[in-house]
Design a protein around this ligand. Structure first.
Ligand code: FE2
Ligand code: FE2
Length: 480
């Protein structure tokens, strides 16, 4: 069988020869109805019967892996797709560096691997749950379609992790696969595992910020897991990253289009001062300072996903060859890090300052630094749009000590530039930094659906090009 081609004959599309793996095939077929129930209960509300112009993976060849067609979401072909094996692949880092990559789970690392796969898996359905009501307020059919595309692919990412659990982790894996369908984002009794995945995504600005910031954390984690010495995990994550690129695109262009529309409306109305918030809001667009506050919120919540700056779990996973650094294969060092150090931003004697720490313990910090760099590139592109339209305003990422709940800075209050604040000062100034009721009410007032093909809500600019090169008036969702 050609690994690039996907077998669509059975219930579960795959390129892992499921047809010859009766045990796993049966386990997945047994899990399937529960998944569909979960999708029907927790997936996009109100649009399960609509025909959506979706892409489906039909191959894992990077040059042409997707086909586009109208699909009812519950009929989407969620499958198990792994990137092609690289011949002679070796474990690229850690104490086993240079040994043959593992095709089976190494017994000593079983618990660690299972935990990483479950945590990754848990985020995938969580974001679908968080976004389930957004279809009702879509600013266009184009955006609605992009939301649903992201949703079905997050569903597929759950399949990707569940395949690994079912194939390689026996009874434990089966139980974990079940539990992934039981937890619910934001539920008081059975919440999802990570904080940011229990927050609400109540409006489209939140959705675009979430895909920009939180899906980007997903990208970083997948890049680190794609380096894994456990080859099936590496191959799974490599293919997920091709899909994830679209999620990055949705977030970045979504925020860009909102910023663009705001700046255009300000220019047309002769408003040059971004602090004229009331005047700008009267134009029916979102003022730049509110967009900045939303960015502050989503950035800070997402930073918590990187965990503690100093982490023995992260050190152990690297040392074991299970989870690498961001694009480990492009880094030039010994890939073992037993001697090196890394500067970690810490709270020392009450001051925020760098301290050299053993490189192995500092891997969360390092991944977070890479993440912040990646975010900054995107923010730079937003700023170019603002500058080109001549508005004197610059979007900025807040300081990493701002509004944190995990790690070094969870014990302190800081403003967006990293100055420490007393609890009283924080309480007095919080609304300068983060969205508050009035901001949320205003955004909510704009969330009126625009469902006419080719039309867009007044607070967001149309995209430069259509999906799959479709013309502007293309009906991306046929609402039923
Ligand atoms: Fe995902
Ligand atoms: Fe994603």
């Amino acid at each position: 069988m050609n690994i690039a081609q996907v077998d669509y004959d059975g219930l579960i599309p795959n390129n892992v020869a499921l047809g010859q793996d009766e045990r796993v095939k049966r386990a997945l077929e047994k899990w399937h109805p529960g998944y569909i129930n979960w999708w029907n209960d927790m997936g996009p509300e109100g649009f399960q019967e609509s025909l959506v112009y979706l892409r489906t993976a039909v191959s894992v060849d990077p040059k042409g892996w997707a086909k586009f067609d109208y699909v009812r979401m519950p009929d989407y072909r969620w499958g198990v797709l792994l990137a092609p094996a690289l011949e002679g692949r070796e474990i690229p880092f850690g104490r086993h560096k240079g040994e043959d990559a593992w095709q089976e789970v190494p017994g000593e690392y079983r618990a660690m691997l299972r935990r990483l796969i479950v945590i990754q898996g848990d985020t995938e359905p969580a974001s679908v749950e968080q976004q389930r009501y957004l279809g009702k307020t879509a600013p266009s059919l184009y955006d609605m379609r992009n939301l649903f595309q992201v949703n079905v692919e997050e569903g597929r990412h759950l399949w990707a992790m569940v395949y690994l659990l079912q194939k390689y982790f026996g009874t434990d894996g089966r139980e974990e696969a079940e539990a992934l369908l039981q937890r619910r984002s934001g539920d008081a009794d059975t919440p999802r595992m990570l904080g940011a995945f229990n927050e609400q995504t109540p409006d489209w600005l939140s959705f675009f910020m979430f895909t920009f910031f939180t899906d980007r954390d997903g990208k970083m984690q997948l890049e680190a897991l794609a380096q894994s010495g456990f080859d099936p995990l590496s191959r799974t994550c490599r293919f997920m990253l091709t899909e994830e690129a679209h999620h990055m695109f949705v977030g970045e262009t979504g925020v860009t289009r909102i910023i663009q529309r705001t700046c255009e409306a300000m220019k047309d109305a002769g408003i040059n001062d971004p602090n004229e918030i009331e005047k700008v809001r009267k134009l029916g667009v979102i003022d730049l300072s509110t967009i900045q506050k939303k960015a502050n919120l989503h950035f800070s919540l997402t930073l918590d996903l990187f965990g503690n700056e100093i982490s023995t779990n992260a050190a152990n996973a690297f040392h074991a060859g299970i989870k690498g650094r961001y694009r480990e294969d492009r880094l030039k060092d010994d890939h073992q890090l037993e001697g090196g150090t890394y500067p970690v931003l810490r709270l020392i004697d009450g001051k925020i300052q760098h301290e050299d720490s053993p490189a192995l313990s500092a891997l969360n910090m390092r991944l977070r630094d890479d993440y912040v760099g990646d975010c900054n590139n995107g923010v730079g592109r937003w700023n170019k749009v603002i500058a080109d339209l001549g508005i004197p305003f610059e979007m900025k990422l807040p300081h990493v000590a701002f509004h944190r709940h995990i790690g070094e800075f969870s014990k302190i209050r800081a403003d967006v530039t990293g100055n420490r604040l007393s609890d009283a000062d924080w309480a007095g100034r919080r609304d300068e930094f983060l969205p508050f009721d009035e901001d949320r009410d205003f955004i909510e007032s704009l969330m009126q659906p625009q469902l006419e093909p080719g039309k867009f809500a007044g607070w967001i600019a149309p995209p430069k090009v259509g999906i799959d090169n479709k013309p502007g008036e293309f009906e991306y969702v046929k609402i039923a």
